[in-house]
Design a protein around this ligand. Sequence first.
Ligand code: 3PG
Length: 411
Amino acid sequence: MEYSYLHLGEKADPDEYVICKYRITTNLPMEKAAESLAAEQSTGTWTGISTLEKDIFQKYGGKVIDINENLVEVAFPTDDFSIEVGGVPQILSIIAGNLFGLHSIDKIRLEDVSFPKAIRECFPGPKFGASGLRNILDRPERPLVGTIVKPKIGLSPKDTANYVYESGKGGLTNSKDDETLVDQNFCPIQDRTVAIAESLDRLESEGHKMVHAINISTSGHKILEIGEKVQSWGAKQIMVDVLTCGFAAVQALAEDRSIKVPIHVHRTMHGAMTRDPLHGIAMLPIAKLCRMCGGDALHVGTLGIGKMEGHRKSDKDNIDACFDPSVGYKEVMPVCSGGVYPGVVDKIIKAAGNNVQIQAGGGVAGHPGGVRKGAMGMSQAVDAVFSGIDLNEYAKTHDELRVALKMWGSK
Ligand code: 3PG
């Protein structure tokens, strides 16, 4: 018996269905392609099956509720999901699973998703969120301004800690390990964490609060142990590469009561999913899942300005997802990172607002005066924009910013 998964024009209650928006490219009639997607991801397969009873189809079948040119909305009943045991891995295998490989669909991109309250309530959301991070740093209003220790790999724990100290002296509120650094021989995680904690304590005793995110990205069975260890060695923030570790790694850390520091979420590898405008997974659903799982700060792009592919509108949508009040979680601190330097800080803040963390690796370490002056250049750019002063005007009385603007210009 074959049933139709087309329910065009029907309304799906967002508190009873997970509703997904897909962009589909196909040579087939769109209705046929959409139906094959809804069938494959719920109760069907490539042919009719004798075991699909009508009541199973009615209860659990995905519904194609809207087709607008190449944008298709599919509503999956909440009962299709196994949240307690399956979690995000099972959610993804429905909303972003086999569908990417179906012959009937040449290209498909998951553009957006909304989750019913019953599902959202099963996830922790951020423990600290944007406001918790601001409280720790005692920085209520200005954008957070940070760095990524460069070079990405190769520095010793002592040199890494020195970099952090110098950036704090230059006024930065945040620093972090890069995504490829975890526990290599040249920079063991324990020695690095201890040395950085000393730098941060020294900065605090000198009147400056700063946090550094230690990258604890590792295998699933080790992440809680490593998270707890780095905390005991003095880490004030931890970092997880969410797409290589899995969303569940962030959730495990957020739900672990013994983890008492914020989680910085890096999205390395996202380009494999997000870059093709017609295929893959947009950053928006990834951002929503990161918030649900408990990320406190999340890389969201640089609004089309930095070194990574991105767009002003879609990156702003990611930022809005960090703050959307309707989902019931704490707000996430959006992080703009990747090819950032002082001359673009005004454009980023103009597009993103003040509730943002702006980070520069090369834009700090590449300053001709060294890390401290590079950090000063970034801090001065943020101060200028926050105070409504043009960067070039501010640079007339702030040498480090002037040198940075001269070196990299602006956009
Ligand atoms: C990141 O983690 O976002 C990148 O390593 C940024 O480095 P960059 O500021 O030198 O581009």
